[in-house]
Design a binder for this molecule. Structure first.
Ligand code: 5GP
Ligand code: MN
Ligand code: MN
Ligand code: MN
Length: 353
């Protein structure tokens, strides 16, 4: 039924592929050391290499398993969630997720995209097919608003760019507090708006408590450009599904200067093997083609739960337009195939740009 998988291209290298618990030796690719400054939580150094580095924690496919995960999200400057944060995209499930994000007071910024399970967030899909999933039709726009106006450093992206440039959000004040004092504060509650300029991608964060938005000369500068999208190749007609062969229409919008690409699904050959289907690579070929041109420093995704882990693409030095620095691919799926949250967040320390 499934064709024998083609061997991956030469530059494919699995860096770290922990075998999922209780699933046997599905992952036959050799495990190698992680790339520099990439960690599997909780094996993360207490301190970043320098305070002006940016610590990014990557998760995906948490599917409303919030309670089980709450304790294991390490402290970071930015969290990336690559979609499938609900079980079945109901308003109540989105509420639960937002509530969890708000509770992560040790992370000032949270970049979030939808996945195919967030059916209510795909407007045309939900309008036509809601009855396949929900008993009653819920309000699409209200669900989007919940994410877009959540505050607390939550940024919902949908084929859009995010870049911190100019505004620096610091939580210096909070870092000096003890854990107990931190718990007593509700600092992120005061960040009531994050504005993204559609043209420049610049971000301004405003907070009631000025201690949280500080002098731009202090602390970290992000400078990294993130572009994020919920779309993935069609599989059983879920939200944000597009026919294979047509996704290049979406991927052409990935800015050429993207540093961190976030998509729900993997590119072909990276964190995309489905063991129960003869190790077939189900990642998006068109996404890989765009990756070859854009060459972001990091590509964060999930969707194929079995593909959890990190790999690296080493680019040939033939392209004078683009850097030949490798792209680190991070499949951050927290849940396994049985939707149990067994995989740990993947942490990256980024130098100032
Ligand atoms: P989810 O329903 O959470 O989006 O995906 C769960 C699982 O469905 C994945 O871990 C993977 O096993 C399977 N899956 C998702 N997309 C595809 C696909 O395009 N092809 C195949 N063969 N399996 C997929
Ligand atoms: Mn999933
Ligand atoms: Mn590039
Ligand atoms: Mn998915």
């Amino acid at each position: 039924m499934f064709p024998k998988p083609k061997p991956p291209p030469q530059n494919f290298r699995v860096i770290h592929r922990p075998a999922p618990e209780g699933t046997g030796a599905e992952h036959n690719a050799p495990s190698q050391p992680l790339p520099p400054n990439v960690y599997i939580s909780p094996d993360v150094p207490v301190n970043k290499p320098a305070p002006n580095w940016l610590r990014m924690v990557c998760i995906s496919d948490t599917h409303n398993t919030t309670d089980a995960n709450n304790y294991m999200i390490p402290e970071a400057d930015i969290l990336v969630h690559a979609g499938d944060f609900t079980k079945m995209g109901t308003t109540a499930q989105i509420d639960q997720f937002v509530c969890w994000m708000k509770s992560l007071k040790h992370i000032p910024l949270k970049i979030i995209i939808a996945g195919n399970h967030e059916i209510i967030l795909d407007k045309p899909f939900y309008k036509e097919k809601w009855h396949r999933f929900h008993n009653t039709q819920e309000d699409h726009q209200a669900a989007v608003d919940k994410l877009e106006t959540a505050g607390h450093g939550i940024v919902y992206l949908n084929n859009s760019t995010f870049q911190v440039d100019g505004a620096k959000i610091l939580y210096k004040k909070w870092q000096k507090l003890s854990k107990q004092e931190l718990d007593e504060q509700e600092p992120l509650q005061d960040i009531h708006a994050i504005d993204i300029d559609d043209d420049s991608g610049a971000v301004a964060a405003t907070a009631a408590d000025t201690a949280m938005v500080v002098d731009p000369r202090e602390g970290w500068t992000m400078g990294y450009k993130i572009w994020a999208s919920p779309w993935q190749p069609e599989f059983f007609d879920w939200a944000f599904n597009e026919e294979r062969g047509k996704l290049k229409e979406i991927w052409k919008h990935i800015p050429i200067d993207t540093d961190i690409l976030v998509t729900h699904g993997p590119p072909k050959y990276h964190g995309d093997t489905v063991p129960r289907q003869n190790n077939q690579h189900v990642g998006c070929h068109e996404l890989l083609n765009r990756l070859k041109v854009v060459r972001p420093r990091y590509h964060v995704f999930g969707h194929i739960h079995e593909g959890y882990g990190v790999s690296q693409i080493n680019w040939p030095s033939d392209n004078t337009q683009q850097s030949s620095q490798p792209t680190v691919c991070i499949n951050a799926s927290v849940c396994n195939l049985q939707y149990r949250p067994i995989n740990k967040p993947i942490v990256v320390d980024l130098p100032p740009k």
